[in-house]
Structures are given as C-alpha cells and as structure tokens.
Design a protein around this ligand. Structure first.
Ligand code: S3P
Length: 450
C-alpha cells in the first residue's frame, strides 16, 4: 500500500437492484505462483489474466530483483526465467508492502540460496508472525536474522548445500506448504511436506505444469503428503489465470443482499479448495446458478449468475474453514441479513494469520447495529433480513486496519442496510482488488469516495 498517512474514507448507501455481467480480476494466489514459477523456470512464461493488485506487483518486482526479466506485453505478462537454481542475489531488500503471500512464498524460494536476502513489508505485514515459515527453513539450514521475534524485516541466508526435510505442518497453511515446496526446488533430494488437511493446491498443480517431479498421496483421514524432487528442470509455460473466487465474493454477496439484483460473474475459479463460501451461501438458500463449468489452464472455472433472495442462517462446519479462509468477512455480512443466526466454527487461525480479523469484524458489525458473538474459535451473527436498523445513521466509520477484505465487506454491507456504512480507509483495497469500486459502480452500487 502507498505509504502516505492520510486516510481515504468511503461510504456505501442503500442501492437499487444491481445488474450486469462482470469479469472478476485474476486469482491472486495463482498470480503470485505464476510470477514465481515463471521467474525461476527456464525459457519464457506468458501469463494471461494476472491479478494486478499491489501485492502481486510486489511479487513481480521481487522476482525481477532475483534475476527474472518481466514485462507487460498488451494484456499478457511475459517472463524470461533464470532457470531453476540460478536466481541472482538481490542488491536491495525485497519489499512486499502488504503482501503476506508473496513474502512467505519468496522466503522459501530465495531463502535457501547461499546469499543474503532481506525481506521487508508495511506496518501491517511487519506485525504478522513469520515463524511458521521460518521454522522449516531453519531445519533446511537457513540462517535467519530478524530484528524482533520472527517478524519482518528478516534477513535469510541459505547454506552451501541445503538439507531436504520431511516436515509435518503443525497448522494447515497453503502459504507454509508452498514456501517449503518452493525452497525444495533448490535442495538436493526429496523435500516432503505433510499437511493435516488439504489447503489450496495451486502450487502443486503449477509445479507439475512447469515440469517438476512431484508426488501426492492422500490418506483415508485426509492427511496429504507431497514429495518434491529437488533441483529438477522447470520449463516456462503459458498460464491462464482464472477469476478470483475470494474477490468474486464481494459482488456476489452484494447481489444476494440488494433487492432486485441479478448479475453474472464470469470466469470464476471453482477449485474445491476455494469454493467454501459458495457452498455455504447455497446452504443458506442463496440463488447462485453455476453455469458453463469448464477447465481452463488446468483449473475448473464457471460463470455465476446471482440473484437477490432471502438467506437463512446456518452452522458452518469447522472442516470447511480452509476452503473459505479469506471469505469470513464477506460471509459475516451476508449473515447480518439472514433470517436467524449463522454460526461459524473452526476459526482459531483467523486470529493469528491476519491481524486478529475476527475481533475487527465484530467491532465493525456492532458499530453498524449487528448483534454478534465472538468465541475463541467461533463467531456467530444474528441477521435481520430486511436490513432495518443496520448501518450507522451518525456515519461513524468502521476501522479496517489496512485489511482489504474488511474494507470491501463493509462497503457491501452498506448497499443493503437502512443507514449508510462508512469505512475509515479505502486505500488498502488497491492491495488486492484495485478495480473494486469501478466494478461495483458498473453494477449500480452507490459507493462514494468520501
Ligand atoms: C494463501 C493462503 C492462505 C490465504 C492467503 C493466500 C495462498 O493463507 O489466507 O490469503 O495463496 O497460499 P494461509 O497459508 O495462512 O492459510
């Protein structure tokens, strides 16, 4: 996020029915991985539909500093990769801004090399603990120098010959799994990661697509073992990035909540490790038609036709949390308009991965008249189907703590609430979804840049 200290508020107001067809920006997880693997593969990679939020662009910048040649060519991004094992020592610190995924994935990729790499980020990223990634890297022989605990800024230096590890993730996390696998690319022998339950599997799919030797086994209890043969050859590919389901969440929930809405969101990623929100909204009775299911770039995608309808509160099972981990703010807003109570379980990780997103969510909902209850690992929201009394007549703004998921969720809330909903700062939205305000305006949403 740009550094200036002046906040830029925004206010959303009750809107008429939303309508139109929109194509959502590319999936961010896949975009980071395409830049990273393209940057370290031999030959040329072309990426279509890259997400161009600030966090992804920071990953591109970091890959350039590590030796990849990256340029935009019309609608495509073209990368000349270094070849596996041939990254260059960066001359300056790699600054990831607000981008936790880029920072963690590249700590793995570059951290095992026998040179110094310094990782920095903005105030919010520098508060997040990085130990979950640093611990396995230490076992590979990486030296870690951090100023304060395991937080950024961090300097990593790999050994001459990193050690292959067999690592069981203490907590399921796609970022940590991916960091270890990317580190494993430059480790002789087989690197093994064991995850207690499946998390988004884009790294594995893309590594296979780029030619890595990778084997996956899933036990009856869901434990998944991923084995990567290190120091193999990666070859540049063409990558088509599907639309991001976690960004589609915002127009989708908006259309469900605003009476009279009927919209279509095209080209949305339907990988089952990412569709928990859609399933949950369907359980709540949402009118979401899944059209034209098809495969593009190795991933399943579809178009979603979404119409306004009444929602009913449900209990969301803990096992679903991993497939919708970024989508609880959007779900909480949907729940605020549902008949009855929605109970979300298995949320312990939301308190540690981001800046305690649960309590920030609860604070904003209460400010806008929603009754909610926060437990250590659960969250429950009581809904009001007509939005009566919701919003904040005095226009008190929600504190969004540089979290774009919170910022966009509360703006969506304002489109269906009786009173307006304001947020303190819309700048963080550029991190993940710079097109958000224009896209929502094209559907008829009334959001003012206050
Ligand atoms: C991501 C993994 C998830 C998610 C994040 C993106 C990824 O984090 O919250 O936004 O691209 O690997 P965890 O790895 O902490 O589960």
């Amino acid at each position: 996020m740009s550094r200036g200290s002046e906040q830029k508020p925004a206010v959303a107001r009750k809107s008429p029915g939303l309508s139109g067809i929109v194509r959502i920006a590319g999936d961010r997880s896949i975009s980071h991985r395409a830049l990273i693997l393209g940057g370290v593969a031999s030959g040329q990679t072309r990426i279509r539909g890259l997400a161009e939020g600030e966090d992804v662009l920071r990953t591109a910048e970091a890959m350039r500093a590590l030796g990849a040649v990256i340029r935009r060519d019309g609608d495509e991004w073209v990368i000349g990769g270094t070849g596996n094992g041939a990254l260059l020592a960066p001359e300056t610190p790699l600054d990831f801004g607000n981008g936790g995924t880029g920072a963690r994935l590249l700590m793995g990729l570059a951290g095992v090399y026998d040179f110094d790499t310094v990782f920095t980020g903005d105030a919010s990223l520098s508060r997040q603990p990085m130990g979950r990634v640093l611990d396995p890297l230490r076992r590979m022989g990486v030296q870690v120098k951090a100023m304060e605990g395991d937080r950024l800024p961090v300097m990593l230096r790999g050994p001459e010959t990193p050690a292959p590890i067999r690592y069981t993730l203490p907590v399921a996390s796609a970022q940590v799994k991916s960091a270890i696998l990317l580190a494993g690319l430059n480790v002789p022998g087989v690197t093994t990661v064991i995850e207690p339950a499946i998390t988004r599997d884009h790294t594995e799919k893309m590594l296979i697509g780029f030619g890595a030797e990778l084997l996956i086994e899933t036990d009856k209890d869901g434990t998944r073992t991923v084995r990567l043969q290190g120091r193999g050859r990666l070859t540049g590919q063409t990558v088509d990035v599907p639309g991001d389901p976690s960004l589609a969440a915002f127009p989708l929930v908006a259309a469900l909540l605003v009476p009279g809405s009927d919209i279509t969101i095209s080209n949305v990623l339907m990988n089952p490790t990412r569709t928990g929100l859609i399933l949950t909204l369907q359980d709540m009775g949402a009118d979401i038609e899944i059209l034209k299911r098809r495969i593009a770039g190795g991933e399943e995608i579809a178009d979603l036709r979404v119409r306004h309808c009444e929602l009913t509160g449900v209990t969301v099972p803990a096992e679903r949390a991993l497939s919708m981990i970024d989508d609880y703010p959007a779900l909480s807003v949907a729940a605020a308009f549902a008949r009855g109570r929605t109970v979300m379980n298995g949320l312990q990780d939301l308190r540690i991965r981001e800046r305690d997103r649960l309590s920030a969510m609860a604070e904003g909902l209460r400010l806008n008249g929603v009754e909610c209850e926060e437990g250590r690992d659960r969250f429950s929201v009581a809904g009001r189907p007509d939005g009566k009394g919701l919003g904040n007549a005095a226009l008190k703004r929600v504190s969004t703590y540089l979290d774009h998921h919170l910022a966009m969720s509360f703006l969506v809330m304002g489109l269906a609430s009786e009173h307006p909903v304001g947020i303190d700062d819309r700048r963080a939205i550029a991190t993940g979804f710079p097109q958000f305000l224009d896209l929502m305006a094209s559907l008829g949403a009334e959001i003012e840049r206050a």
